[in-house]
Design a protein around this ligand. Structure first.
Ligand code: BTN
Length: 343
């Protein structure tokens, strides 16, 4: 069994800011690729150039996350859980993007992919690097909220973006990402999510996906970390009680499980296509075409208190334009509610 057959290495550590996919994830990839047979730990270790104890530790970590891994009287180990495994080489092979997603760094478990992507960007990681985790222990949402990120059922990833962009135009990343993700979900599943200002995707009035854009830079954006969470294969009772009436997944809506590698690839292609021109008018128009909230009553929580009225439009600066009962149109800026948070 060769390393190439098990898992092709797809990124150079220098281009990802010194961050590499740890052995625990590489063992998961190996087991994901050899589901039908028991593979002895020493064979996996040899193929991955690591120690059999590393393989055993990785299996322990997988089990702690709830994966069922059989170990048949020393004959070998096998991934029993049916969860699909995102194998980097498979992702990159069929991707077809120029930059986005071509350097994947994947973790079994970490605190937040946005936090790791920020560290790797500060260490020089290239534009397009993607940091992905099976499980986030402290997934970050907007406004200091947590993002529920259980293992094996969602897409939790962050992209490092190094576009020539002023901070004032960075709203395009969040609104553009919402458009791209809606396109990707539609292309992969046939269902059309609704975008909600500034950063959410909804299906049947429940949240399917969220975007957390974090920026480094003052006037110009040095880099952006675009964090994306998509609920893919959760059942309804996989969500904590507090989220069961507000969150949904593609599986909850369709009754089917989806291949996360294919959806991730579709999302990366769609993101690259939308960001190809970073054309503000085009992003606004495309976003408005997917936003059912326009023309409807809204209540937007901002630092200065709630803004109530009818959502009329998105301004040329990415602000949501809300007409109050007094007839006055108020601009709610993306920055007010976390469309682009300075890190
Ligand atoms: C929101 O709707 O509040 C934004 C949620 C963003 C969640 C994603 S999951 C991957 C990335 N890493 C994080 O810690 N958060 C984002």
């Amino acid at each position: 069994m060769t390393e190439k057959r098990l898992c092709t290495s797809t990124g150079s550590s220098a281009r990802t800011g010194g961050f590499e996919t740890p052995v625990a994830y590489r063992v998961l990839e190996a087991l994901g690729e050899h589901r039908a047979t028991e593979v002895p730990a020493p064979d996996i270790a040899a193929a991955l150039s690591c120690n059999p104890d590393d393989v055993r530790r990785a299996v322990g970590a997988m089990r702690r996350l709830g994966y069922s891994v059989s170990d048949c009287h020393g004959a070998g180990i096998r991934l029993v859980t049916e969860t699909d495994v995102i194998v980097r080489s498979h992702l990159v092979e069929g991707l077809g993007t120029r930059a986005l997603g071509r350097l994947p760094v994947c973790f079994l478990e970490l605190d937040s992919t946005n936090a790791v992507a920020t560290r790797s960007a500060l260490a020089g990681a290239a534009h397009g690097t993607v940091v992905l985790a099976e499980h986030q222990k402290a997934g970050r949402g907007r406004l200091g909220r947590n993002w529920f990120s259980p293992p094996g059922v969602g897409l939790w990833f962050s992209l490092i973006l190094r576009y020539e962009l002023t901070a004032a135009r960075s709203w395009m990343l969040t609104l553009g990402a919402a458009v791209a993700l809606a396109d990707a979900v539609e292309a992969s599943t046939g269902i059309r999510p609704d975008v909600r200002w500034p950063n959410d995707l909804y299906l049947n009035d429940r949240k399917l996906a969220g975007i957390l854009t974090e920026l480094r830079g003052v006037d110009r954006v040095d880099f952006a970390v675009l964090g994306i969470g998509i609920n893919v294969n959760q059942d309804e009772d996989d969500f904590p009680v507090g989220l069961q009436n507000t969150a949904t997944s593609l599986r909850c809506v369709t009754g089917r499980a989806f291949d996360r590698t294919a959806l991730l690839a579709e999302a990366l292609r769609a993101l690259e296509a939308v960001f190809a021109s970073l054309d503000a008018d085009r992003i606004r128009e495309r976003w408005k075409g997917k936003a059912r909230m326009l023309g409807k009553p809204v209540c937007i929580m901002t630092g200065a208190g709630p803004v109530r009225g009818v959502a009329e439009d998105v301004g040329t600066d990415g602000a949501l334009l809300v007409r109050g009962v007094d007839g006055v149109v108020r601009r709610v800026l993306a920055g007010d509610v976390g469309g682009g948070t300075l890190i």
